[in-house]
Design a protein around this ligand. Sequence first.
Ligand SMILES: Cc1cc2nc3c(=O)[nH]c(=O)nc-3n(C[C@H](O)[C@H](O)[C@H](O)COP(=O)(O)OP(=O)(O)OC[C@H]3O[C@@H](n4cnc5c(N)ncnc54)[C@H](O)[C@@H]3O)c2cc1C
Length: 393
Amino acid sequence: MKFDYDVIIVGGRVAGSATAMLLARLGYRVLIIDRSHPSKYTLSTHAIMRSGVVQLQRWGLLPRILAHNTPPIRQIVLGFGEKEISFDFREAFGVDALYAPQRHILDTELLAAATEAGAEFRVGYRLLDLIFAENGRVTGILVDVNGVKAELRARFVVGADGLRSRVAAAVNAAAYETHPAVSTYTYAYFAGVASGSYDAYFVPGAAAGFIPTNDGLTAAFAARPNNGRLINDEEYYQLVEKSSPNMLAQLKTAERQSPFYRTLGIPGFLRVPGGPGWALVGDAGFTKDPLSAHGISDAFRDAELLANAVDAVLSERQPEAEALAAYHQTRDRFALPVHKATSALAHYAWDAAEASALMRQLGRLTDEECDFLLTLPGTGIPLQPAEAVMVLP
Ligand SMILES: Cc1cc2nc3c(=O)[nH]c(=O)nc-3n(C[C@H](O)[C@H](O)[C@H](O)COP(=O)(O)OP(=O)(O)OC[C@H]3O[C@@H](n4cnc5c(N)ncnc54)[C@H](O)[C@@H]3O)c2cc1C
Protein backbone atom coordinates (compact mmCIF):
# COMPACT_ATOMS: atom_id res chain seq x y z
CA MET A 1 0.00 0.00 0.00
CA LYS A 2 1.21 3.52 -0.78
CA PHE A 3 1.16 5.79 2.25
CA ASP A 4 0.96 9.59 2.08
CA TYR A 5 2.59 9.96 5.52
CA ASP A 6 4.32 7.90 8.18
CA VAL A 7 2.03 9.33 10.87
CA ILE A 8 -1.20 11.34 10.73
CA ILE A 9 -2.13 13.12 13.96
CA VAL A 10 -5.71 14.26 14.44
CA GLY A 11 -5.76 17.36 16.68
CA GLY A 12 -3.09 20.06 16.76
CA ARG A 13 -3.13 21.34 20.32
CA VAL A 14 -0.90 20.42 23.27
CA ALA A 15 -0.98 16.63 22.81
CA GLY A 16 -1.04 16.52 19.01
CA SER A 17 1.56 19.19 18.28
CA ALA A 18 3.97 17.87 20.92
CA THR A 19 3.73 14.33 19.52
CA ALA A 20 4.10 15.63 15.95
CA MET A 21 7.12 17.73 16.88
CA LEU A 22 8.91 14.78 18.48
CA LEU A 23 8.19 12.41 15.57
CA ALA A 24 9.15 15.02 12.97
CA ARG A 25 12.40 15.62 14.87
CA LEU A 26 13.07 11.89 14.50
CA GLY A 27 12.72 12.31 10.75
CA TYR A 28 9.21 10.91 10.17
CA ARG A 29 6.80 12.38 7.61
CA VAL A 30 4.06 13.70 9.88
CA LEU A 31 0.74 15.36 9.06
CA ILE A 32 -1.31 17.15 11.72
CA ILE A 33 -4.92 17.91 10.87
CA ASP A 34 -7.32 20.02 12.90
CA ARG A 35 -10.86 21.19 12.19
CA SER A 36 -9.98 24.59 13.66
CA HIS A 37 -6.79 26.53 14.27
CA PRO A 38 -5.15 25.87 17.66
CA SER A 39 -4.65 29.61 18.14
CA LYS A 40 -8.43 29.91 18.64
CA TYR A 41 -9.67 30.31 22.22
CA THR A 42 -10.27 27.02 24.00
CA LEU A 43 -12.08 26.68 27.30
CA SER A 44 -9.23 25.88 29.67
CA THR A 45 -7.05 27.52 32.26
CA HIS A 46 -3.39 26.79 31.70
CA ALA A 47 -1.40 26.04 34.84
CA ILE A 48 1.51 23.79 33.90
CA MET A 49 2.84 21.49 36.61
CA ARG A 50 6.56 21.01 37.27
CA SER A 51 6.60 17.89 35.07
CA GLY A 52 5.21 19.91 32.15
CA VAL A 53 7.86 22.59 32.62
CA VAL A 54 10.51 19.83 32.65
CA GLN A 55 9.23 18.71 29.25
CA LEU A 56 9.17 22.23 27.77
CA GLN A 57 12.73 22.63 28.98
CA ARG A 58 13.96 19.27 27.65
CA TRP A 59 12.36 20.00 24.28
CA GLY A 60 14.03 23.42 24.07
CA LEU A 61 10.69 25.24 24.04
CA LEU A 62 10.75 27.14 27.33
CA PRO A 63 12.56 30.19 25.86
CA ARG A 64 9.80 30.52 23.24
CA ILE A 65 7.14 30.56 25.97
CA LEU A 66 9.13 33.06 28.04
CA ALA A 67 9.51 35.31 24.97
CA HIS A 68 5.79 36.11 25.41
CA ASN A 69 6.56 37.66 28.82
CA THR A 70 5.06 34.65 30.53
CA PRO A 71 5.59 35.43 34.22
CA PRO A 72 7.47 32.95 36.42
CA ILE A 73 5.40 31.75 39.36
CA ARG A 74 7.61 31.31 42.42
CA GLN A 75 5.10 31.76 45.23
CA ILE A 76 2.34 29.29 46.04
CA VAL A 77 -0.56 29.79 48.43
CA LEU A 78 -2.68 26.83 49.45
CA GLY A 79 -5.74 27.11 51.64
CA PHE A 80 -7.54 24.27 53.36
CA GLY A 81 -10.50 25.51 55.35
CA GLU A 82 -9.33 28.18 57.79
CA LYS A 83 -5.67 27.36 57.24
CA GLU A 84 -3.69 29.13 54.51
CA ILE A 85 -0.03 28.39 53.83
CA SER A 86 2.25 30.42 51.60
CA PHE A 87 5.58 29.03 50.43
CA ASP A 88 8.30 29.54 47.83
CA PHE A 89 8.37 27.20 44.86
CA ARG A 90 11.14 24.69 45.51
CA GLU A 91 13.87 24.55 42.86
CA ALA A 92 14.23 20.93 41.73
CA PHE A 93 14.68 18.85 38.59
CA GLY A 94 16.20 21.91 36.88
CA VAL A 95 12.97 23.89 37.31
CA ASP A 96 12.91 27.03 39.46
CA ALA A 97 9.47 28.39 38.52
CA LEU A 98 6.08 27.33 37.26
CA TYR A 99 4.41 28.94 34.21
CA ALA A 100 0.85 29.31 33.00
CA PRO A 101 0.97 30.65 29.43
CA GLN A 102 -2.41 31.30 27.87
CA ARG A 103 -3.45 28.54 25.54
CA HIS A 104 -3.28 30.58 22.34
CA ILE A 105 0.42 31.16 23.13
CA LEU A 106 1.24 27.64 24.27
CA ASP A 107 -0.66 25.84 21.52
CA THR A 108 0.62 28.16 18.76
CA GLU A 109 4.24 27.79 19.87
CA LEU A 110 3.94 23.99 20.02
CA LEU A 111 2.41 23.89 16.56
CA ALA A 112 5.16 26.18 15.24
CA ALA A 113 7.80 23.90 16.78
CA ALA A 114 6.15 20.92 15.07
CA THR A 115 6.05 22.56 11.64
CA GLU A 116 9.61 23.87 12.04
CA ALA A 117 10.68 20.27 12.69
CA GLY A 118 9.09 19.33 9.37
CA ALA A 119 5.52 18.31 10.25
CA GLU A 120 2.82 19.46 7.85
CA PHE A 121 -0.28 21.12 9.28
CA ARG A 122 -3.67 21.33 7.60
CA VAL A 123 -6.44 23.35 9.21
CA GLY A 124 -10.12 23.03 8.29
CA TYR A 125 -9.78 19.25 8.04
CA ARG A 126 -12.47 17.50 10.10
CA LEU A 127 -12.02 13.80 10.79
CA LEU A 128 -15.10 11.81 9.77
CA ASP A 129 -13.80 8.28 10.18
CA LEU A 130 -10.77 6.04 10.10
CA ILE A 131 -9.93 3.78 7.17
CA PHE A 132 -9.37 0.14 8.05
CA ALA A 133 -7.62 -2.63 6.11
CA GLU A 134 -9.38 -6.00 5.83
CA ASN A 135 -7.36 -7.31 8.78
CA GLY A 136 -8.72 -4.47 10.97
CA ARG A 137 -5.56 -2.37 10.89
CA VAL A 138 -6.01 1.42 10.68
CA THR A 139 -4.43 2.65 7.44
CA GLY A 140 -5.69 6.21 7.10
CA ILE A 141 -8.35 8.83 7.70
CA LEU A 142 -11.47 10.06 5.97
CA VAL A 143 -11.86 13.84 6.33
CA ASP A 144 -14.27 16.58 5.41
CA VAL A 145 -12.58 19.63 3.88
CA ASN A 146 -15.08 22.41 3.19
CA GLY A 147 -17.82 19.87 2.46
CA VAL A 148 -15.59 17.67 0.27
CA LYS A 149 -14.58 14.21 1.48
CA ALA A 150 -10.95 13.14 1.13
CA GLU A 151 -8.88 10.12 2.14
CA LEU A 152 -5.32 10.26 3.45
CA ARG A 153 -3.19 7.18 4.13
CA ALA A 154 -0.58 6.68 6.86
CA ARG A 155 1.39 3.88 8.44
CA PHE A 156 0.09 5.04 11.82
CA VAL A 157 -2.78 7.31 12.99
CA VAL A 158 -2.78 9.17 16.33
CA GLY A 159 -5.91 10.55 17.96
CA ALA A 160 -5.01 13.76 19.80
CA ASP A 161 -8.55 14.98 19.29
CA GLY A 162 -9.58 15.62 22.86
CA LEU A 163 -12.04 14.05 25.26
CA ARG A 164 -14.74 13.44 22.64
CA SER A 165 -12.18 11.75 20.39
CA ARG A 166 -13.59 10.53 17.10
CA VAL A 167 -10.50 8.35 16.68
CA ALA A 168 -11.28 6.63 20.00
CA ALA A 169 -14.89 6.11 18.90
CA ALA A 170 -13.87 4.68 15.50
CA VAL A 171 -11.61 2.04 17.09
CA ASN A 172 -13.97 1.43 20.02
CA ALA A 173 -11.22 2.15 22.54
CA ALA A 174 -12.40 0.72 25.86
CA ALA A 175 -12.75 3.24 28.71
CA TYR A 176 -12.07 2.50 32.38
CA GLU A 177 -11.90 4.36 35.72
CA THR A 178 -14.75 6.51 34.40
CA HIS A 179 -16.83 9.10 36.23
CA PRO A 180 -19.22 11.78 34.98
CA ALA A 181 -18.55 15.54 35.23
CA VAL A 182 -18.59 16.05 38.99
CA SER A 183 -17.16 19.55 39.41
CA THR A 184 -18.41 22.75 37.79
CA TYR A 185 -16.10 25.66 36.87
CA THR A 186 -16.25 29.35 36.07
CA TYR A 187 -13.21 31.52 35.47
CA ALA A 188 -12.32 34.97 34.15
CA TYR A 189 -9.20 37.08 33.64
CA PHE A 190 -8.46 40.00 35.96
CA ALA A 191 -5.88 42.81 35.77
CA GLY A 192 -4.40 44.19 38.98
CA VAL A 193 -4.11 41.05 41.12
CA ALA A 194 -0.91 42.07 42.84
CA SER A 195 0.24 38.85 44.52
CA GLY A 196 1.56 37.02 41.42
CA SER A 197 1.25 33.74 43.32
CA TYR A 198 -0.40 30.51 42.26
CA ASP A 199 -3.26 30.11 44.76
CA ALA A 200 -5.64 27.22 45.36
CA TYR A 201 -8.19 27.25 48.16
CA PHE A 202 -10.31 24.29 49.21
CA VAL A 203 -13.25 24.33 51.61
CA PRO A 204 -15.97 21.69 51.83
CA GLY A 205 -18.17 22.09 48.74
CA ALA A 206 -16.06 24.76 47.00
CA ALA A 207 -12.67 25.60 45.55
CA ALA A 208 -11.15 28.72 44.00
CA GLY A 209 -7.78 30.04 42.95
CA PHE A 210 -5.49 32.36 41.03
CA ILE A 211 -3.33 31.43 38.04
CA PRO A 212 -1.01 34.31 36.98
CA THR A 213 -0.53 34.53 33.22
CA ASN A 214 0.58 36.77 30.32
CA ASP A 215 -0.23 40.46 29.80
CA GLY A 216 -0.42 41.18 33.55
CA LEU A 217 -3.55 39.08 33.80
CA THR A 218 -4.56 36.47 36.36
CA ALA A 219 -7.07 33.72 35.67
CA ALA A 220 -9.31 33.44 38.72
CA PHE A 221 -11.46 30.32 38.95
CA ALA A 222 -14.24 29.14 41.22
CA ALA A 223 -15.62 25.61 41.39
CA ARG A 224 -18.17 23.52 43.25
CA PRO A 225 -19.91 20.14 42.88
CA ASN A 226 -21.89 19.75 39.66
CA ASN A 227 -25.61 20.15 40.37
CA GLY A 228 -26.57 20.53 36.69
CA ARG A 229 -26.47 24.35 36.80
CA LEU A 230 -23.66 26.62 35.65
CA ILE A 231 -22.08 29.00 38.16
CA ASN A 232 -23.45 32.48 37.47
CA ASP A 233 -21.64 35.76 38.19
CA GLU A 234 -23.16 36.20 41.65
CA GLU A 235 -22.44 32.64 42.72
CA TYR A 236 -18.88 32.96 41.38
CA TYR A 237 -18.07 35.70 43.91
CA GLN A 238 -19.87 33.78 46.67
CA LEU A 239 -17.74 30.71 45.96
CA VAL A 240 -14.56 32.79 45.95
CA GLU A 241 -15.50 34.31 49.31
CA LYS A 242 -16.41 30.92 50.76
CA SER A 243 -13.09 29.47 49.57
CA SER A 244 -10.95 32.40 50.69
CA PRO A 245 -12.07 35.85 51.91
CA ASN A 246 -8.50 36.93 51.19
CA MET A 247 -8.90 35.97 47.52
CA LEU A 248 -12.16 37.91 47.30
CA ALA A 249 -10.47 40.97 48.82
CA GLN A 250 -7.80 40.81 46.07
CA LEU A 251 -10.44 40.41 43.35
CA LYS A 252 -12.34 43.45 44.63
CA THR A 253 -9.39 45.73 43.86
CA ALA A 254 -8.77 44.07 40.46
CA GLU A 255 -10.50 44.70 37.14
CA ARG A 256 -12.16 41.97 35.13
CA GLN A 257 -10.84 41.93 31.56
CA SER A 258 -12.71 39.01 30.00
CA PRO A 259 -16.14 37.42 30.00
CA PHE A 260 -16.77 34.65 32.51
CA TYR A 261 -16.00 31.27 30.95
CA ARG A 262 -18.26 28.55 32.32
CA THR A 263 -18.53 24.78 32.11
CA LEU A 264 -20.58 22.21 33.97
CA GLY A 265 -17.37 20.21 34.11
CA ILE A 266 -15.75 17.37 32.27
CA PRO A 267 -15.87 13.62 32.87
CA GLY A 268 -12.93 11.50 33.98
CA PHE A 269 -11.70 8.36 32.24
CA LEU A 270 -8.80 6.47 30.79
CA ARG A 271 -9.01 4.73 27.44
CA VAL A 272 -6.95 1.84 26.08
CA PRO A 273 -4.46 4.01 24.18
CA GLY A 274 -3.34 1.89 21.25
CA GLY A 275 -4.04 -0.90 18.78
CA PRO A 276 -3.13 -1.97 15.23
CA GLY A 277 -2.12 1.21 13.39
CA TRP A 278 -3.56 3.66 15.94
CA ALA A 279 -2.94 5.31 19.30
CA LEU A 280 -4.46 7.97 21.55
CA VAL A 281 -2.65 10.78 23.37
CA GLY A 282 -3.71 13.69 25.59
CA ASP A 283 -7.32 13.98 26.67
CA ALA A 284 -8.33 11.48 23.97
CA GLY A 285 -6.63 8.79 26.06
CA PHE A 286 -6.80 10.22 29.56
CA THR A 287 -9.21 12.93 30.67
CA LYS A 288 -9.40 14.05 34.26
CA ASP A 289 -11.15 16.79 36.16
CA PRO A 290 -9.40 20.19 35.80
CA LEU A 291 -9.10 20.69 39.59
CA SER A 292 -5.57 19.25 39.73
CA ALA A 293 -4.52 21.20 36.57
CA HIS A 294 -2.68 18.18 35.18
CA GLY A 295 -4.10 17.85 31.63
CA ILE A 296 -1.40 19.77 29.76
CA SER A 297 1.50 18.30 31.73
CA ASP A 298 0.14 14.76 31.35
CA ALA A 299 -0.28 15.36 27.60
CA PHE A 300 3.41 16.35 27.36
CA ARG A 301 4.51 13.18 29.17
CA ASP A 302 2.35 10.93 27.02
CA ALA A 303 3.39 12.70 23.81
CA GLU A 304 6.96 11.62 24.41
CA LEU A 305 6.03 8.11 25.56
CA LEU A 306 3.94 7.69 22.42
CA ALA A 307 6.49 9.24 20.04
CA ASN A 308 9.10 6.79 21.36
CA ALA A 309 6.67 3.86 20.97
CA VAL A 310 5.70 4.85 17.40
CA ASP A 311 9.39 5.28 16.54
CA ALA A 312 10.12 1.79 17.88
CA VAL A 313 7.31 0.39 15.71
CA LEU A 314 8.05 2.28 12.47
CA SER A 315 11.78 1.61 12.70
CA GLU A 316 10.95 -2.08 13.36
CA ARG A 317 12.92 -2.11 16.61
CA GLN A 318 9.94 -3.55 18.50
CA PRO A 319 6.75 -5.39 17.54
CA GLU A 320 3.80 -3.00 17.52
CA ALA A 321 1.72 -4.84 20.14
CA GLU A 322 4.67 -4.86 22.53
CA ALA A 323 5.53 -1.16 22.03
CA LEU A 324 1.92 -0.08 22.49
CA ALA A 325 1.47 -2.28 25.57
CA ALA A 326 4.54 -0.61 27.09
CA TYR A 327 3.09 2.82 26.25
CA HIS A 328 -0.18 1.81 27.92
CA GLN A 329 1.56 0.44 30.99
CA THR A 330 3.89 3.42 31.51
CA ARG A 331 1.12 5.95 30.91
CA ASP A 332 -1.06 4.24 33.50
CA ARG A 333 1.77 3.96 36.01
CA PHE A 334 1.70 7.78 36.19
CA ALA A 335 -1.86 8.52 35.10
CA LEU A 336 -3.83 6.22 37.41
CA PRO A 337 -2.68 7.66 40.77
CA VAL A 338 -3.09 11.24 39.46
CA HIS A 339 -6.55 10.37 38.16
CA LYS A 340 -7.58 8.85 41.50
CA ALA A 341 -6.30 11.79 43.58
CA THR A 342 -7.85 14.31 41.15
CA SER A 343 -11.13 12.47 41.14
CA ALA A 344 -11.18 12.39 44.96
CA LEU A 345 -10.56 16.17 45.05
CA ALA A 346 -13.23 16.84 42.41
CA HIS A 347 -15.86 14.77 44.27
CA TYR A 348 -15.48 17.16 47.26
CA ALA A 349 -15.81 14.20 49.64
CA TRP A 350 -13.04 15.49 51.93
CA ASP A 351 -12.42 17.66 54.92
CA ALA A 352 -9.64 20.25 54.99
CA ALA A 353 -7.01 17.78 56.26
CA GLU A 354 -7.88 15.23 53.58
CA ALA A 355 -7.77 17.87 50.82
CA SER A 356 -4.34 18.92 52.06
CA ALA A 357 -3.19 15.27 51.98
CA LEU A 358 -4.47 14.87 48.41
CA MET A 359 -2.57 17.97 47.26
CA ARG A 360 0.61 16.72 48.95
CA GLN A 361 0.11 13.36 47.25
CA LEU A 362 -0.22 15.08 43.85
CA GLY A 363 3.02 16.93 44.56
CA ARG A 364 4.85 13.68 45.35
CA LEU A 365 3.47 12.03 42.20
CA THR A 366 4.68 14.97 40.10
CA ASP A 367 8.17 14.67 41.61
CA GLU A 368 8.27 10.94 40.82
CA GLU A 369 7.25 11.73 37.27
CA CYS A 370 9.95 14.40 36.91
CA ASP A 371 12.52 11.83 38.05
CA PHE A 372 11.27 9.48 35.35
CA LEU A 373 11.14 12.12 32.57
CA LEU A 374 14.76 13.00 33.19
CA THR A 375 15.72 9.37 32.49
CA LEU A 376 14.10 9.35 29.03
CA PRO A 377 16.56 9.00 26.16
CA GLY A 378 17.49 12.15 24.24
CA THR A 379 15.99 15.56 24.61
CA GLY A 380 13.82 15.66 21.53
CA ILE A 381 16.17 18.27 20.05
CA PRO A 382 16.03 18.02 16.22
CA LEU A 383 18.02 15.23 14.60
CA GLN A 384 17.00 16.06 11.04
CA PRO A 385 15.79 19.65 10.70
CA ALA A 386 13.44 19.91 7.74
CA GLU A 387 11.58 22.62 5.83
CA ALA A 388 8.57 24.03 7.69
CA VAL A 389 5.31 23.43 5.84
CA MET A 390 1.99 25.08 6.68
CA VAL A 391 -0.91 24.34 4.32
CA LEU A 392 -4.15 26.31 4.51
CA PRO A 393 -7.18 25.08 2.51
C1 LIG B 1 -12.28 24.60 32.63
C2 LIG B 1 -11.01 23.85 32.35
C3 LIG B 1 -9.84 24.26 32.97
C4 LIG B 1 -8.66 23.55 32.72
N1 LIG B 1 -7.52 23.99 33.33
C5 LIG B 1 -6.35 23.33 33.12
C6 LIG B 1 -5.15 23.80 33.72
O1 LIG B 1 -5.10 24.82 34.42
N2 LIG B 1 -4.02 23.08 33.48
C7 LIG B 1 -4.01 21.94 32.71
O2 LIG B 1 -2.96 21.31 32.55
N3 LIG B 1 -5.14 21.50 32.13
C8 LIG B 1 -6.30 22.17 32.30
N4 LIG B 1 -7.44 21.73 31.70
C9 LIG B 1 -7.38 20.52 30.86
C10 LIG B 1 -6.78 20.83 29.50
O3 LIG B 1 -7.56 21.82 28.85
C11 LIG B 1 -6.75 19.55 28.63
O4 LIG B 1 -6.16 18.50 29.35
C12 LIG B 1 -5.96 19.78 27.34
O5 LIG B 1 -6.57 20.77 26.54
C13 LIG B 1 -5.88 18.50 26.52
O6 LIG B 1 -5.18 18.78 25.33
P1 LIG B 1 -5.38 17.87 24.03
O7 LIG B 1 -4.38 18.37 23.04
O8 LIG B 1 -5.34 16.44 24.43
O9 LIG B 1 -6.87 18.13 23.53
P2 LIG B 1 -7.61 19.47 23.13
O10 LIG B 1 -6.97 20.66 23.74
O11 LIG B 1 -9.05 19.20 23.43
O12 LIG B 1 -7.40 19.56 21.55
C14 LIG B 1 -8.04 18.66 20.68
C15 LIG B 1 -7.92 19.21 19.27
O13 LIG B 1 -8.50 18.23 18.40
C16 LIG B 1 -9.29 18.90 17.43
N5 LIG B 1 -10.34 17.98 16.98
C17 LIG B 1 -11.28 17.37 17.73
N6 LIG B 1 -12.08 16.60 16.97
C18 LIG B 1 -11.63 16.73 15.69
C19 LIG B 1 -12.05 16.20 14.44
N7 LIG B 1 -13.11 15.37 14.34
N8 LIG B 1 -11.36 16.55 13.31
C20 LIG B 1 -10.28 17.40 13.38
N9 LIG B 1 -9.85 17.94 14.54
C21 LIG B 1 -10.50 17.61 15.69
C22 LIG B 1 -9.87 20.10 18.16
O14 LIG B 1 -10.25 21.14 17.24
C23 LIG B 1 -8.70 20.51 19.07
O15 LIG B 1 -7.87 21.48 18.45
C24 LIG B 1 -8.66 22.41 31.88
C25 LIG B 1 -9.84 22.01 31.25
C26 LIG B 1 -10.99 22.73 31.48
C27 LIG B 1 -12.25 22.29 30.77
